[in-house]
Design a protein around this ligand. Structure first.
Ligand code: NAD
Ligand code: DAU
Length: 331
């Protein structure tokens, strides 16, 4: 199979490419990535001689058309992904997430190529803190931030291209990922690298907000299941029953790193901060038999901390600039 991976130099995409090269030697991987601040060649360095990396923007219709024409399937990860950045400047989110997805859709339509579109649970908005409710494929879209609104827009384009043009596409909406190669702007790597650089971790508001954590490898295994056996036109929710408050995740990180559990700062809350995400993944489990392998969150977190300890050269050059930007925003 010739596989085109958009955004393969970012966090989830790079882990996806690593796993694909490791576990599926019959797959020829081409990555298209604009190598924005969030993507890096270094994330693909361990597999550099096994893949083709094309530096380019997914809104470049000519380039995307050429690469899609050479592929049997496309897995579409490329996007602007950080909510705080979207609040500060939404324009790149409309560009990459909406126009970019439109460009990919037009190319797969022209060439009859199978597409899997990677999306987020944030399109469903948020849930009350103390309720048994979880998101399902039938939950109405209700995005809160410019990031989630543009991802929702992209999902709607995919649905319309399936129905109107018969494009062979599936969609997945996953919860919060953690693992190696995640940018230090994101919650878990930010706190780990704050400790490693002698800074105090930073918690938005009271830390009561809940996220549903899944290891990136479990997400990517689900993407492969859907790409292989998913029903065209169908949306699959991916989650691993990993609900935890931000405060409890932060305290676990501090404990695992040998720090006092109260050794952190409360900082300005995020505007419009979603309270709680929670995924009901039963359709994916029942229909495609997917199960998460990383069911011990603390063990996954310990391994992730170890990865950041051992790979300082990957994240260190980014750290000071990220913290300077947060400081400007009072976070
Ligand atoms: P990331 O920010 O780490 O990586 C995104 C990658 O896309 C980067 O390599 C960047 O250079 C590339 N990119 C951005 N705009 C581009 C453009 N116009 N053209 C080409 N490349 C471009 O993001 P991530 O966390 O790896 O997320 C990947 C996908 O998964 C996104 O679609 C995101 O919405 C979705 N998702 C993420 C999570 C999560 O917890 N991180 C959860 C569910 C879904
Ligand atoms: O749910 C899936 C989504 O998860 C993905 O679609 C997004 O691309 C991804 O960034 C993530 O979004 P979140 O906004 O949930 O992730 P983030 O890592 O930015 O923050 C997680 C929680 O931690 C959130 O409630 C905000 C809080 N937070 C974040 C940072 C960076 C803090 O308390 N302190 C921080 O320093």
């Amino acid at each position: 199979m010739r596989l085109l991976v958009t955004g393969g130099a970012g966090f989830i995409g790079a882990n996806f490419v690593h796993a694909t090269v490791r576990e599926r030697p019959d797959v020829e991987v081409t990555v298209i990535d604009a190598l924005t601040y969030a993507g890096s060649r270094e994330s693909l360095a361990p597999v550099a001689d096994r893949i083709r990396l094309v530096a380019g923007d997914i809104t470049d219709a000519e380039l995307v058309d050429r690469l899609v024409a050479e592929a049997d399937a496309v897995v579409h990860f490329a996007a602007e992904t950080h909510v705080d950045n979207a609040l500060a400047d939404p324009a790149p989110f409309v560009h990459s997430n909406v126009v970019g997805t439109f460009t990919v859709l037009e190319a797969v339509r022209r060439h009859g190529v199978r597409l899997h579109h990677v999306s987020t649970d944030e399109v469903y908005g948020d849930l009350p803190l103390d309720s048994p409710q979880r998101f399902t494929e039938r939950t109405p879209y209700n995005p809160s931030s410019p990031y989630s609104a543009t991802k929702a827009g992209a999902d709607m384009l995919v649905r319309a291209w399936v129905r109107s043009y018969g494009v062979r596409a599936t969609i997945s909406n996953c919860s919060n990922n953690y693992g190696p190669y995640q940018h230090v702007e994101k919650f878990i790597p930010r706190q780990i690298t704050n400790v490693l650089t002698g800074r105090r971790p930073k918690l938005y508001g009271s830390g009561a907000n809940v996220r549903d954590w899944i290891h990136v490898d479990d997400h990517n295994r689900a993407v492969w299941r859907i790409l292989t056996d998913g029903r065209i036109g169908r949306t699959y929710l991916i989650g691993a029953d990993g609900e935890r408050s931000n405060l409890s995740v932060l305290r676990t990180i501090l404990r695992l790193m040998g720090r006092d559990p109260d050794d952190f700062d409360h900082v300005a809350d995020r505007a419009g901060h979603d309270l709680r995400y929670a995924i009901d993944p039963s359709a994916l489990r029942d229909e495609l038999g997917w199960r998460p392998c990383h069911t011990d969150f603390e063990a996954g977190l310990r391994a992730t901390i170890e990865w950041y300890r051992e790979n300082e050269s990957w994240w260190r050059p980014l750290k000071d600039a990220v913290e300077a930007r947060y400081q400007e925003r009072g976070q």
